[in-house]
Design a protein around this ligand. Structure first.
Ligand code: ATP
Ligand code: MG
Length: 390
């Protein structure tokens, strides 16, 4: 995103004009070196938070205790964080406190991996004390400094290593991987929401298989909820987090609900997963037209894709889902010519759950071609077939 870069450059220039030093850091620098589009562009500076605020007319304190200020420039906004070092870690996640410093080198030293510890100046030159560019070129994820210490400080870094390996297809350097094996049990200190956020990114990676393999190799699998086996993910490549969770659920078997519950999926995410699993079951039991009403195209496609990945013995539809949908007698529930009011009128009965059930049975019969979507025919069918069999 070009605009974000321009805003960052403009903010850096203004800080420089006020006598401070400022650089671009983090993922944006890494992704630029990789030739990947970079999303959020972060700026780091030797100016103290109050000094940053004094340089700009409009700022918002978004993480002031960690030294982060959002600078609102006429052209857009960018996060500016004061160089800092981290204090003691007592919970394997967050430092007790941070100290603001004037040295860029110290700031880069607190960062997790060499590829994330490179700074870029406004003139395009790099500040790279830890061999980050070389590691990016070699496709290696390497902890900054002593890997054992770094993972012991913050256990989330191990999962970040795993998801970066899926996003970038990188290897994990051997000392770093060894440290992950040694510290894997610390992952139980990490909030489930944080773990979920990393898995969200893992599923979207271009090499999910690589990521799951790293989970296995590092023994992190032993401390995460659910089953992770790299072989199941060999051909998975959807770059879609919902599909990642749905496939993960498929692999959990009957315990899927319990396992996914541990990761705090939203209700919407859970509903999608559930629908895909049901559609997959429908596929196994034989494909019927009514499935096109119960599930969305996306859910049905996911179920078909998973059946293929798992090499399940199912009857695959011959045509595309869209093609089948256009051939159906009706394409949506609301095309049904009869509604609940008609049913109540014809039967003279009181309303109740039976109305919904009868409408569903009617829908199935129409969609499956057993009954025409015609008032009189449906009325006869309801009176002579449906109520009789009850
Ligand atoms: P993404 O492309 O996913 O945003 P990123 O590297 O930018 O990747 P962020 O979470 O945005 O990741 O963090 C920005 C930077 O902050 C990282 O590049 C890294 O330098 C540093 N960082 C983030 N999390 C940690 C951590 N847990 N420990 C040490 N440094 C971290
Ligand atoms: Mg980032």
């Amino acid at each position: 995103n070009n605009k974000e870069w321009q805003v960052a450059y403009s903010v850096i220039e203004q800080l420089e004009n006020a006598g401070f030093e400022a650089v671009i850091v983090g993922g944006a620098v890494r992704d630029t070196i990789l030739g990947r589009p970079a999303h959020d562009v972060d700026v780091a500076t030797n100016a103290m938070p109050d000094e940053v605020k004094s340089v700009f007319n409009h700022t918002v304190d978004i993480g002031i205790q960690h030294g982060t200020v959002l600078v609102i420039d006429p052209a857009g906004s960018v996060e500016v964080t004061t160089y800092r070092t981290d204090g003691e870690y007592t919970d394997h996640r967050r430092p007790e406190e941070v100290q603001f410093v004037r040295s860029l080198k110290e700031d880069l030293q607190r960062r997790d991996f060499t590829m994330n510890a490179i700074a870029m100046r406004r003139d395009g030159s790099f500040v790279d004390f830890y061999g980050g560019r070389q590691d990016i070129e070699a496709g290696v994820i390497r902890a900054v400094g002593d890997a054992q210490k770094r993972f012991s400080e913050d256990a989330l870094r191990m999962l970040r290593a795993v998801r970066f390996s899926a996003q970038l297809g990188f290897l994990i350097e051997s000392e770093t991987l060894k440290a992950m094996q040694d510290k894997a049990n610390n992952i139980s200190w990490i909030a489930r929401e944080r773990i979920k956020a990393e898995l969200d990114k893992l599923w979207v990676g271009k090499d999910v298989y690589n990521g799951i393999r790293k989970l296995e190799e590092s023994n992190l699998v032993n401390y995460l909820n659910g089953t992770f086996q790299a072989k199941d993910w060999y051909e998975f490549n959807t770059q879609d987090k919902l599909l990642g969770w749905a496939y993960f659920a498929v692999l959990q078997g009957e315990h899927w609900r319990e396992v996914l519950g541990e990761y705090r999926l939203s209700n919407k995410e859970m509903a999608f997963v559930k629908a895909v699993l049901e559609a997959l079951k429908a596929l196994k039991n034989g494909w019927t037209n009514i499935d096109y009403f119960l599930y969305t195209e996306q859910e049905l496609e996911a179920a078909c894709y998973f059946a293929e990945l798992r090499q399940l013995d199912v009857q695959m539809p011959q045509q595309s889902i869209q093609e089948i949908q256009t051939m159906l007698p009706i394409r949506h529930k609301r095309e049904l010519i009869v509604n609940g009011t008609d049913l109540l009128k014809w039967s003279g009965k009181k309303g109740g759950p039976w109305v919904k059930e009868a409408l569903q049975a009617m829908l199935e019969a129409v969609v499956n071609g057993e009954l025409q979507n015609d008032q009189q025919q449906i009325k006869n069918w309801i009176e002579h077939d449906y109520f009789k069999q009850e």
